[in-house]
Design a binder for this molecule. Structure first.
Ligand code: ATP
Ligand code: ZN
Length: 595
């Protein structure tokens, strides 16, 4: 949300009351509409596809996944109408590469009520002088009064237009649901001509399909619910002038439904048959802005996949690969992959373990190395010397699960765990805790705060994880495997160099022996990474076999030898090779290795 448009409480109240007085459909209006049609209510619900260049459904924030499903669900006719609106939109000049994105559809009545009463409580506090009815109307502007709400019928949608070529949402003057801005009102004057035009176009393509607009929120449209019936009838009446004798006939089509009544269709995966863009994309969740971001994007780039990070947006597409990238907080990554909102994710193993993720680890990526440390104050008179001394003590951490597991394993029973999110390492200084459990890489921050490591709970590095269901989907798995192949090829190549050297013929056999000697694991701390390299060794082995070629004019004394070696191995074997009078040792980067 842009804060430049924030308004004061007074202004807020003023604009809200103004809205009440204008011709919007109010909660009171909707309370007069009360029947629904049993026949039409038989219409089923539908999962809006989440990928493609046609209409797609996609929540704008995790918080919106209140229904416990990553899918956006609407009535069948609503989906059809959205598809038509999307087709018409693409024919408008300047909107050729645009698509309608639905950011909200069905919401269970239960959640509707909860959201309503939460806001009611807040508004009651802020505006104690308002009557119950005024309050109801004000709250209704933000979240519809439960009895009359459209979203629980599956008929109401929140929509926005996205330019998929540019990878950007069009300018609508405000974000969707930016309730702290006075400009969410459809006819707000205080927005750019561009935004006005976009609102007009969106409204015209939607209304042409029979949706009713809502003047209080430029993004909200409905079909078949009470608001739609009221709006349509009022319009009919206006058209017919004062002839009140003519009955208007639009009736409510859809009744509100409980989540349990529709949930079976949610898991019925109609997804692929309706993707208009034949190109199926997989979705990758990465850290938006943190320690892993730069390395993650760089690995993708070196694997031939360039991702433009749109700082504002949370989704980016790539041209080089059927991939969409979701930028989120690192703590959300494994949750998103578990929920299937993202097919794969790149995240620290620490986060993955702490969240007890059930996704599959596909690949260790070798960066973001750190460990989860149990640290205590570094003072000689400390009464904590060994792990058992932690009995009866307090540990501050944001890794409750891993800490508890560790304590249980070590049979330390009587520990109070204090959950804190940031600045864990200062907790002992202010006597808020006796020890901490936190992520450490170099230990600099521990030393600064006069702490020392008592135990290491977990070694971590970044990993690539995949959703189990996506792994079972042959098409998705195919794309995931291709991506991993590319990343592996880069990561493996990065470890190895192509090496050229001039070898005296007399010592050729010894040189070959040295080169073929399997390198020892040089660093025990890196054991995880070495395991991976071991797996990939098979790929490398063929290339390690030295190729020997004669040197023109010196065939008798010298030959040229070509091979592939790990960089660490080159340094390790350098002295031995020099002793054998090997000359001109050159090594080169390898761009990639495909088996
Ligand atoms: P976000 O804003 O996305 O929630 P964050 O502050 O939780 O970010 P970062 O500090 O950016 O997380 O760290 C992201 C990941 O980087 C950690 O989960 C961990 O896997 C890894 N990491 C590597 N070294 C360190 C370190 N010294 N301190 C913290 N995390 C590290
Ligand atoms: Zn809405």
């Amino acid at each position: 949300m842009s804060s430049s448009e924030k308004i004061s409480v007074e202004q807020y109240k003023e604009t809200q009351l103004q809205r009440l007085e204008s011709g919007f459909v109010s909660c009171a209006d909707l309370l007069t509409v009360n029947d629904y049609d049993d026949e039409t209510d038989k219409e089923g619900f539908y999962v809006i596809p989440s990928a493609g260049d046609g209409v797609i459904g996609r929540y704008r924030s995790l918080k919106d996944m209140e229904n416990d499903t990553p899918n956006i669900i609407v009535r069948k006719s609503v989906y059809d109408k959205l598809c038509n609106a999307d087709r018409i939109l693409k024919r408008k000049s300047g909107y050729k590469n645009c698509q309608i994105i639905v950011t909200y559809g069905y919401r269970s009545p239960e959640i509707q009520a909860k959201l309503y009463f939460d806001i009611l409580a807040e508004k009651k506090e802020n505006y104690p002088s308002l009557s119950d009815e005024e309050l109801r109307e004000i709250v209704h502007r933000e979240i519809a009064f439960p009895d009359v709400a459209g979203h629980p019928t599956g008929g109401a949608v929140d929509v926005i237009i996205f330019d998929y070529k540019k990878g950007k949402f069009l300018d609508f003057g405000t974000e969707i649901c930016q309730f702290d801005s006075k400009n969410i009102y459809y006819a707000s004057d205080d927005i750019t001509p561009e935004a006005k035009k976009n609102r007009r176009i969106l409204r015209s393509v939607m209304c042409e399909q029979g949706f009713a607009p809502y003047d209080g929120e430029w993004w909200h449209f409905c079909y078949g619910d009470k608001e739609w019936a009221f709006y349509s009838n009022r319009r009919e009446l206006r058209k017919k002038g004062d002839r009140k004798d003519i009955k208007t006939e639009k009736k409510v089509l859809y009744r509100q439904k409980e989540f349990s009544e529709i949930s079976e269709i949610i898991y019925n995966d109609k997804f692929k048959t309706h993707v208009t863009d034949n190109r199926l994309r997989i979705r990758l969740a990465v850290q938006k802005d943190g320690r892993l971001t730069e390395k993650t994007l760089s690995i993708l780039k070196r694997s031939g996949i360039e991702v433009m990070q749109d700082k504002r947006g949370f989704l980016a597409k790539t041209d080089d690969f059927p991939l969409e990238v979701l930028f989120v907080r690192d703590d959300d990554i494994s949750k998103l992959v578990d929920a299937g909102v993202a097919d794969i994710g790149i995240v620290g193993e620490n986060v993955y373990r702490e969240n007890a993720s059930n996704s599959i680890i596909k690949k260790y990526l070798g960066f973001g190395k750190c460990f989860l440390a149990l640290a205590i104050p570094n003072k000689p008179d400390s009464d904590i010397k060994v792990l058992q001394d932690l009995n009866g003590k307090r540990i501050a951490t944001s890794y409750r699960r891993l800490t508890e597991e560790f304590l249980k394993e070590k049979d330390i029973k009587d520990v109070t765990i204090i959950d804190i999110a940031g600045s864990v390492e200062v907790a002992p200084l202010i006597d808020y805790a006796d020890a901490i459990v936190d992520i450490v890489s170099t230990g600099g921050s521990l030393r600064q705060n006069n702490l020392k490591v008592l135990a290491s709970i977990l070694n971590s590095q970044s990993i690539l994880i995949a959703n189990r269901k996506s792994e079972r989907d042959i098409e998705k798995k195919n794309i995931i495997d291709q991506l991993i192949q590319r990343i592996s090829s880069y990561l493996t190549a990065k470890q190895f160099k192509r090496v050229n050297m001039i070898v005296p013929k007399a010592s050729l056999l010894q040189v070959v022996e040295i080169i073929n000697k399997r390198e020892k694991i040089e660093n025990m701390d890196d054991s995880v990474e070495d395991n991976i390299i071991d797996v990939e060794h098979n790929t490398i082995i063929d290339m390690k076999l030295p190729v020997i070629t004669p040197i023109y004019g010196h065939e008798e004394e010298w030959c040229s030898l070509q091979t592939v070696m790990k960089l660490s191995e080159i340094w390790e074997k350098m002295e031995e090779l020099k002793r054998l009078n090997v000359a001109n040792i050159l090594f080169f980067d390898i761009e990639g290795i495909i088996n």
